[in-house]
Ligand binder design. Structure first.
Ligand code: DAH
Length: 445
């Protein structure tokens, strides 16, 4: 998944090795640019940022913009009949039906936990190393050095395990600075799941502790504290459960494929891909929870697995929704399609295809230029009228070694025909603001 493994997939964004190098080299300038960017894009007192009535001090780490703050509290996943709500409910129902204890659902569900979290919860509580690429300022919406909008629902794993839960699902909005296209939006939704087992639950009553734990070696197949038998049993449980879940959503004919992955909080780890229209699409990340997370949260001798599903990705496949920004529209022609009693066979019908307007902008990148700063700026000015920003050309000047980028911005309204004048106005504004704020030098527009 993209946050931690850095592939170009729904949850991943950038080949991390290239990006880290770039940022290391440019970080000196990066700080100044971000600060100016946040200042420009808010009309609040420049030293604070307010999110849902909570006031935070800004500092050098602040990357949050007003356009993103507007999204906090929208809770699309809790709006009855919203496609994200529907997919969330289908997953919950699957777990409710599959796992029961004394006639009641085993899993508890949380879908209203604030996305404002400490940096510690988002990263440290799930063992993310201090120098891990996923912490990058350029990829996250930091409120300040101590707080951020969660980048994944795994941020709550540890606190919920600490509160004594053995089996839970947690749905929520997550925030990542990202490029703009049909499947990427800076706010999206995840469903996290955790299932812990005691030795009796895994191996039956009267089983021995040594079936579950050993002081052994960490290998590709298991952690040092787990027996191979325990790791393999959990792996089987995890994989059959999650395969069952996607079969519930997409039907039993769906083709699935497990691939090895790496996350700081699980070992071993896997991603599940499903075949959709001839292509393999990754829909979830999962793994055996690092024992350290469990043992620092509870005393009991338990082991468990965890997973994180991308709700937009699943809903786009299930309902054939072609662009991620549609989830945010208020247009009744979108929402009415999901206001039906039985949603099992609903396929989104495009209500109209308003024309695209395509405009390019090429510019010299200043030292410290950060690609996500440009995307945030475009989003702040163009909002959801911007459908895609694609880098179509990049070259380095042979003498000055300065990098030139040509970005192609696609404008389209989902609700009406956008006039050329309107789009040009936005495009020019983007150019002039980017010159002012990001210090780019426009070459051609
Ligand atoms: N948090 C991961 C991401 O956003 C997804 C994930 C992977 C969640 C593995 C998990 C897990 O709980 O075990 O990329």
């Amino acid at each position: 998944m993209f946050l931690f493994k850095c592939k170009m997939t729904s949850l991943c964004r950038m080949p991390c090795n290239v990006f880290t190098l770039f940022v290391k080299e440019q970080s000196k300038y990066f700080k100044t640019n971000i600060r100016r960017c946040s200042k420009l894009s808010t009309n609040e007192n420049a030293s604070t940022v307010t999110i849902q009535g909570q006031v935070f001090q800004r500092d050098d780490m602040t990357t949050l913009t007003p356009k993103i703050i507007e999204k906090v509290g929208r809770n699309l996943h809790n709006q009855t009949n919203h496609p994200l709500y529907l997919i969330k409910q289908q997953i919950i129902n699957f777990f409710y039906n599959r796992f029961r204890h004394l006639g009641s659902p085993l899993f508890s569900v949380y879908d209203n936990i604030s996305p404002i979290v400490t940096v510690d919860a988002n990263f440290d509580s799930v063992l993310t190393p201090k120098d891990h690429v996923s912490r990058k300022k350029g990829d996250n919406y930091y409120i300040n050095k101590d707080y951020m909008l969660r980048a994944h629902t795994s941020a709550h794993q540890s606190e919920l395990v600490k509160s004594g839960l053995d089996a839970f699902l947690l749905a929520g909005d997550v925030y990542r600075r990202d490029h703009i296209d049909a499947s990427h939006y800076p706010v999206f939704h995840q469903m996290e799941g955790v299932r812990l087992y005691s030795k009796n639950q895994l191996f039956g009553d009267n089983s021995n502790n040594t079936l579950m734990f050993e002081d052994g070696q960490r290998t590709a197949e298991k952690q040092q504290f787990h027996t191979l038998q325990a790791a393999k049993t959990l792996e089987f449980e995890l994989k059959t459960t999650l395969e069952g879940c996607v079969q519930e959503l997409f039907g039993t004919d769906i083709e699935t494929n497990w691939i090895d992955a790496e996350f700081p909080f699980t070992h071993p780890s896997w991603e599940l891909e499903i075949k959709f229209q001839g292509e393999w699409l990754e829909v979830l990340g999962s793994g055996i929870m690092e024992q350290e997370i469990i043992s620092s949260a509870i005393n009991g001798q338990k082991i468990g697995y965890a997973f994180g599903l991308g709700l937009e990705r699943l809903a786009m496949i299930l309902f054939e929704i072609p662009h991620i920004k549609l989830f945010w529209t208020d247009d009744k022609r979108f929402h009415n399609q999901f206001m039906v009693e039985d949603t099992t066979s609903v396929k989104f019908q495009p209500y109209s295809k308003y024309p695209l307007l395509i405009m390019d902008i090429s510019y010299w990148c200043p030292p410290g230029y950060e690609v996500n700063d440009f995307h945030d700026l475009v989003r702040n000015i163009g909002g959801d009228l911007v459908e895609e920003v694609a880098l179509i050309d990049e070259f380095v000047h042979p003498k000055t070694k300065i990098v030139s980028h040509c970005n192609r911005i696609t404008y389209r309204s989902m609700e009406r025909t956008l006039t050329k004048d309107e789009a040009s106005h936005i495009h020019w504004k983007i150019a002039s603001e980017a010159e002012k704020i990001l210090n780019i030098e426009v070459r051609k527009i």
